[in-house]
Design a protein around this ligand. Structure first.
Ligand code: ADP
Ligand code: MG
Length: 222
């Protein structure tokens, strides 16, 4: 499936005036790609990712999944799509503080999936991400790198077709960051499409294609 933005514009109205976060952005992500998104802070990268992921309705323009306009779907249909096809890794991990690691990961699964098979796949992903020993702990009891891996596990557990990751290594030390990158690379090698915002040059080099955002627009000069 192709994920496509056509002329999307998003303006945030604030007390001291409006900010144009996205200004007529068009782009296309083919299934199987690994796309890096770079650009200065405040340029609209997170807004773009959230808009592509169905979490931020543009003022103008459309986001297409195949030939369907995702913001023309109702909230429930969009949530179902996101639940099935999109794994979102947030810049801040958005873990639920009062749930254990195990429970936080299981949040990524649809309710109907919480059966024996789900328990097995959670056990497998805990192993893969080196979190098995942490499964009964709460996020506050984990290191930052472990928290990011839980957030990644929650996104990967449902085997999404697309992973949208907002600076997944931004808050990690280089070693832990490489570990998280390796997991994302393996996931891409297994066929998952990856769109990843990053400030890290080394990380951007993993990407097959890089999109630069400046002042809410795609900068084609790179
Ligand atoms: P980046 O991820 O590239 O740092 P963002 O997409 O977070 O940039 O933000 C782009 C611009 O939109 C910034 O000026 C930011 O302050 C503004 N912005 C983002 N989200 C909101 C919001 N929810 N309300 C008001 N302004 C916002
Ligand atoms: Mg951001």
């Amino acid at each position: 499936m192709v994920l496509k933005a056509e002329n999307i514009t998003k303006t945030f109205r604030r007390r001291h005036g409006a900010v144009v976060a996205l200004d007529k952005v068009s782009l296309e992500i083919q299934e199987g790609e690994f796309v890096g998104v770079v650009g200065p802070s405040g340029s609209g990268k997170s807004t773009l990712l959230a808009t592509l992921g169905g979490m931020n309705s543009p003022d103008e323009g459309v986001v297409l999944w195949g030939n369907q306009s995702i913001y023309d779907w109702n909230v429930k249909k969009r949530a179902q799509w996101r639940g099935a096809d999109i794994g979102f890794v947030f810049q801040v991990f958005n873990l639920i503080p009062y749930l254990s690691v195990y429970e936080n990961i299981s949040v990524g699964l649809a309710l109907s999936d919480k059966d024996t098979k789900a328990r097995e796949s959670i056990a497998r992903i805990l192993d893969e991400l080196d979190l098995a020993g942490q499964k009964d702990h709460t996020p506050a009891e984990l290191s930052v790198g472990q928290q990011q891996r839980v957030a990644l596990a929650r996104a990967l557990i449902k085997k999404p077709r697309f992973i949208l990751a907002d600076e997944p290594t931004g808050n990690l030390d280089p070693d832990t960051g490489r570990g998280v990158m390796n997991i994302i690379k393996l996931q891409h090698a297994a066929g998952t499409t990856v769109v990843m915002i990053t400030h890290d040059r080394a990380v951007a080099e993993y990407a097959q294609r890089t999109i630069k955002i400046v002042d809410g627009r795609i900068d084609n000069t790179v």
